[in-house]
Design a protein around this ligand. Structure first.
Ligand SMILES: Nc1ncnc2c1ncn2[C@@H]1O[C@H](COP(=O)(O)OS(=O)(=O)O)[C@@H](OP(=O)(O)O)[C@H]1O
Ligand SMILES: Nc1ncnc2c1ncn2[C@@H]1O[C@H](COP(=O)(O)OP(=O)(O)O)[C@@H](O)[C@H]1O
Length: 208
């Protein structure tokens, strides 16, 4: 699938109300919190916990979850490398729109390739793309196996499963890393607290 534009003779339409107006209305700054990691590492759990915490602080957020998007927008895509790349590109474009709407958009997808995540980062002003790496060991993810997919992958019934027979490229320079402490995974609220504190510190939770 090509990411080159096939549209010609198109023009950018300016609108009277812009991102700054919306941010002022919402008293927050739009951004993308991009959560990457292995299947079972806790991406969706973290996104939900962030969203709950932000809601309790009266901040507007929206979750783009890989699994859910594959039921609709991305239902035509599989898991071969070019499909994953297109999955991440489309999701990055949608996340960018949510950030432009003034929301704090949490995108939780495996997004296994550095190049694809960096392409999403490049769609936004750098500080508005906050990459969160769920740095959980494969052993833990596999032991959790909430959907039984690792078991199927180990049995050879799913081919090209991330971490088993398909690559995962960990971030080199992410903004936030979530990891086990003394071999124990922090509670979801603790993980979310780490992200929300970052957002607060960087001024995303207010707009003066
Ligand atoms: N081959 C293979 N590899 C990895 N994951 C697989 C695969 N087949 C199905 N699944 C299920 O799809 C979910 C991952 O979808 P994503 O859109 O996040 O994947 S990706 O970013 O395009 O790599 C993933 O959900 P999570 O467990 O929430 O990560 C799996 O449930
Ligand atoms: N911080 C955590 N502590 C304990 N269990 C967790 C934690 N985060 C996630 N889990 C559990 O791990 C499993 C996988 O989490 P999930 O959020 O679905 O991962 P992913 O979206 O990366 O596939 C779920 O059963 C979930 O309840």
């Amino acid at each position: 699938m090509s990411t080159l534009s096939n549209s010609t003779n198109i023009f950018w339409q300016e609108c009277p109300i812009g991102k700054l107006d919306r941010q002022k209305l919402l008293n927050q700054r739009g951004c993308v919190v991009w959560i990457t990691g292995l299947s079972g590492s806790g991406k969706s759990t973290l996104a939900c916990s962030i969203s709950r915490e932000l809601h309790s602080r009266e901040k507007l957020s929206y979750i783009l979850d890989g699994d859910n998007l594959r039921h609709g927008l991305n239902k035509d895509l599989g898991f071969k490398p070019e499909d994953r790349t297109e999955n991440i590109r489309r999701t990055g474009e949608v996340a960018k729109l949510f950030a432009d709407a003034g929301l704090i958009c949490a995108a939780s997808l495996i997004s296994p390739y550095i190049r694809d995540r960096d392409a999403c980062r490049a769609m936004l002003p750098d500080k508005n793309f906050i990459e969160v790496f769920m740095n959980m060991p494969l052993d833990l993810c596999e032991a959790r196996d909430p959907k039984g997919l690792y078991k199927l992958a180990r049995a050879g019934k799913i081919k090209g499963f991330t971490g088993i027979d398909d690559p995962y490229e960990p971030p080199i320079n992410c903004e936030i890393e979530i990891q086990q402490i003394n071999g124990v995974c922090p509670a979801p609220t603790t993980m979310a607290g780490q992200v929300v504190s970052y957002l607060e510190e960087k001024g995303f939770l207010e707009y003066q």
